[in-house]
Write a protein that binds this ligand. Structure first.
Ligand code: C5P
Length: 221
């Protein structure tokens, strides 16, 4: 018999960047590769969960046993997350763009030799915060925090501000973004657990195992 501690559970994962369109040919994006989120989806599926992976634009293969929903913008990602509920655990790994262009131009903005156009931005919805505060709140809500400085202090604040159960903090001052290794700290109400630096797939499995253990413990209460 195989080891399937997440059997019967629905795990929702967001991954990748978002693209915020300026006009039909231009967009604002970020350097997220989606690798860590895809690895978490794969690990949860390997442990027996039903997994919905809401993915921004990335060039990665869908992990085995995972239902993938492709989206482009933060607003689309927010809708896809809502549609995927209910879930037992949500792992929000996507690097959602903080801002999008205030207006989308339906036609390509022309150059015309005049001054460059000004880009006005507006704030995107915070998918994690809305999920953690919403009526269909998963039992376990996990956010990620990519930080370059004061990693732990920022992660602790973020956990409270976003009402997440855990924040997985990673130090991206090095070459973590797009790389194959990750070094993470799991910040929860009970403290901080720092994992060794290891491949993203091992980080993913360590997290999936902790998710399984926590859901099991809560079910037993
Ligand atoms: O505040 P910051 O963007 O650093 O928070 C990161 C966490 O919040 C990640 O889990 C990310 O997926 C989530 N987030 C979100 N929607 C946003 C911004 C961030 O879900 N608009």
């Amino acid at each position: 018999a195989s080891y399937r501690p997440l059997k019967g559970r629905h795990v929702l994962v967001t991954a990748g960047p978002t693209w915020e369109a300026i006009d039909p040919v231009r967009y604002i994006a970020n350097r997220s590769s989606g690798k860590q989120g895809f690895a978490i989806a794969a690990a949860a599926a390997a442990l027996g969960a039903k997994v919905t992976l809401v993915a921004g634009p990335v060039s990665l293969r869908t992990p085995e046993g995972v239902t993938r929903v492709d989206v482009e913008s933060a607003e689309d990602m927010a809708k896809a997350v809502k549609r995927a509920l209910p879930a037992d655990a949500a792992v929000m790994v996507a690097a959602v763009a903080d801002w999008r262009p205030k207006e989308y131009r339906g036609e390509k903005i022309k150059k015309r030799g005049s001054a460059p156009p000004a880009l006005m931005l507006t704030e995107n919805p915070d998918i994690l915060t809305n999920l953690a505060a919403g009526k269909d709140r998963p039992e376990l809500v996990i956010g990620f925090a990519a930080e370059t400085d004061d990693v732990l202090a920022n992660a602790k604040q973020k956990r409270k501000r976003k009402a997440a159960d855990w924040i997985v903090a990673n130090d991206v001052s090095g070459d973590v973004m797009g790389g194959d290794d990750n070094l993470v700290h799991i910040v929860s109400e009970s403290g901080v657990e720092t994992l060794d630096q290891m491949p993203k797939r091992d980080v993913a499995m360590a997290l999936a195992e902790r998710i399984a253990a926590t859901l099991k413990a809560e079910a037993a209460e």
